[in-house]
Design a protein. Structure first.
Length: 299
């Protein structure tokens, strides 16, 4: 018997409902002050008997809203969930110079957010893409508050590819260079934003990018270019780890992610028919996968 589920995140986007508009009615928006900067948070309480607490960290050009589609499905499975926009990302404030975005500082922000929100211990930490790099730094700073780590479509060392070209474009032309790269690669009009011709979904992603602090973008891409493999250090913490990605993930090479899972002795799950944002492509499958892993490692 086929279960009728609400639409996945990408299916909602196809209906013109962008990520911010997917915010559940039971969820709550807020801010926390960390190191003098207001960071945007989203939270939802577990339904029924609580099974645990999760903290979700978004990727490079993203924001807390990327996880909106997951909030309700995870809460229905007994998890209270918090997400936050990292410093300088859309919805959050941040410094205007790159030295305020060191990987060590970003990892400390994770701990500071947890303390400000009084999330306690036994928190399941998930980092999507660049958020996985930051989550690794947070765990290596102090693994004691965490029940588990999920590397969600994220890898252990620099992904290479066109990062250097992207950094050049960013430094020469500013944040709009990322928008132009995507538009031109897709064969779309690169001047649609100037003409006011973006559809509602395109406008959302454009606004999210352009509201990101340029210093955060520069520092973030430098971290990705210089990313070093800390898998052995992570393994030494003894923390349970899940490595998971979409079968069509086009960021870190899939073989690199699989190798990391093997070295960690981690659970390794591939989500079929999903790309780099597996939580949007297969929202309910992702929620079930995560809850299953978290259930096995909850106090």
């Amino acid at each position: 018997m086929t279960q009728n589920l609400p639409p996945n995140g990408v299916e909602l986007e196809a209906q013109g409902i962008h990520a911010a508009a997917q915010f559940p009615s039971r969820a709550v928006r807020g801010t926390v002050m960390v190191d003098g900067y207001a960071l945007a948070t989203t939270q939802i309480e577990a339904v029924g008997k609580p099974r645990g607490q999760a903290l979700l960290i978004p990727g490079y050009t993203s924001s807390a809203d990327t996880f909106n589609c997951l909030l309700e499905p995870l809460s229905q499975r007994g998890y209270s969930v918090t997400a936050f926009s990292q410093r300088g990302q859309a919805l959050s404030a941040g410094p205007d110079t790159t030295d305020g975005y060191s990987l060590e500082r970003l990892g400390q922000d994770v701990h500071d957010v947890m303390e400000e929100l009084q999330l306690g211990t036994n928190v399941h930490l998930l980092g999507h893409s660049f958020g996985g790099v930051v989550s690794t730094a947070a765990v290596l700073r102090d693994p004691s508050p965490f029940a588990s780590l999920t590397m969600w479509n994220s890898g252990p060392r620099t992904m290479g590819g066109d990062l250097l070209e992207q950094r050049y474009g960013l430094l020469e032309h500013g944040p709009r260079a990322f928008y132009l790269g995507v538009r031109m690669a897709a064969g779309l009009d690169p001047d649609a934003d100037l003409k006011g011709e973006l559809n509602v979904i395109e406008q959302y992603y454009y606004d999210r990018l352009m509201s990101t602090n340029p210093a955060q973008l520069e520092a973030g891409i430098n971290i990705l270019i210089d990313q070093r493999d800390r898998t052995a250090e992570l393994a030494n913490t003894g923390l349970p780890v899940l490595v998971s990605h979409g079968a069509n993930d086009d960021a870190w090479p899939i073989e690199m992610q699989r190798e990391m899972a093997e070295q960690l002795g981690a659970d390794y799950w591939v989500i079929a028919h999903a790309g780099h944002s597996a939580h949007a492509d297969r929202t309910h499958a992702s929620a079930q996968l995560l809850a299953t892993f978290w259930d096995e490692h909850s106090a």
